[in-house]
Design a binder for this molecule. Structure first.
Ligand code: AP5
Ligand code: MG
Length: 214
């Protein structure tokens, strides 16, 4: 299946993308994770992306779209993929449509994980992520088995630089202005499915699987 996940920062896209990716054995492609890997590696792209990410703004489309095009050309995407955090603007969505058109493939679904802003703010402050494998945890809602250590690769987990309270508010504002219009874009295309994402991780996973017919 070819799936796009939509949702506010902290809605649970990364958490659910991992579940979908495991269930369907398809790659989880997160533009945020790709940028963070570039920041960690001090690449020119990472240096540019960091300027925007630290302020809670979107990285410009021209820096983002080529990365996704290259990633989708990888043979592991032939069976499908779950895109997490891309597209995030109407031009990115149009670009994705044209890239997929060139590859003669069609999206199966765009799934919106819907969570209110108040719940988001609480989630971000407790989030911990693995700098090595990208797994996402929450100190209260989704803790690591051993405190502070990633369940999967045993690396110490960290707090993301853009999870500072003020940056979270900027990210939410950016989402409402620039990404929310994608909901009606995909609705009009007949691709939109929605899963309520405010409840516990397991319940949300069931809703996500149900919405996708898994
Ligand atoms: P990105 O990395 O995509 O961040 P985001 O969209 O802000 O979303 P998050 O990763 O913060 O949240 P999530 O929805 O994945 O939630 P998670 O599962 O972790 O992007 C970062 C930045 O990169 C952007 O601000 C931008 O600058 C740039 N960027 C990326 N893509 C771009 C693009 N296409 N164009 C331009 N710029 C781009 O969950 C959050 C927390 O809640 C975790 O602690 C988790 O354990 C917990 N949790 C999850 N589900 C539940 C639940 N049901 N109940 C309780 N807790 C839960
Ligand atoms: Mg994420």
């Amino acid at each position: 299946m070819k799936i796009v996940l939509l949702g506010a920062p902290g809605a649970g896209k990364g958490t659910q993308a991992k579940n979908i990716s495991e269930r369907l054995s398809i790659p989880h492609i997160s533009t945020g994770d790709i940028f963070r890997a570039n920041i960690k590696g001090n690449t020119p792209l990472g240096l540019k992306a960091k300027e925007y990410m630290d302020k809670g703004q979107l990285v410009p489309d021209e820096l983002t779209v080529e990365i996704v095009k290259d990633r989708l050309a990888n043979p592991d995407c032939e069976k499908g993929f779950v895109l997490d955090g891309f597209p995030r603007t109407i031009p990115q969505a149009e670009y994705l449509d044209s890239v997929l058109g060139e590859m003669s493939i069609e999206l199966d679904a765009t799934l919106l994980i819907s969570v209110k802003d108040e719940d988001i703010i609480e989630r971000m402050s407790g989030r911990r992520t693995c700098p090595n494998c990208g797994a996402s945890y929450h100190v209260a809602f989704n803790p690591t088995k051993v405190e502070g250590i990633c369940d999967i690769c045993k690396t110490p987990v960290i707090q993301r630089a853009d999870d500072a309270a003020e940056t979270v508010l900027n990210r939410l504002e950016t989402y409402h202005k620039q990404t929310q219009p994608l909901i009606s874009y995909y609705e009009k295309a007949g691709k939109l499915k929605t899963a309520e994402g405010a409840d516990a991780v397991e319940e949300t996973t069931s809703r996500v699987f149900e919405a996708l017919g898994l």
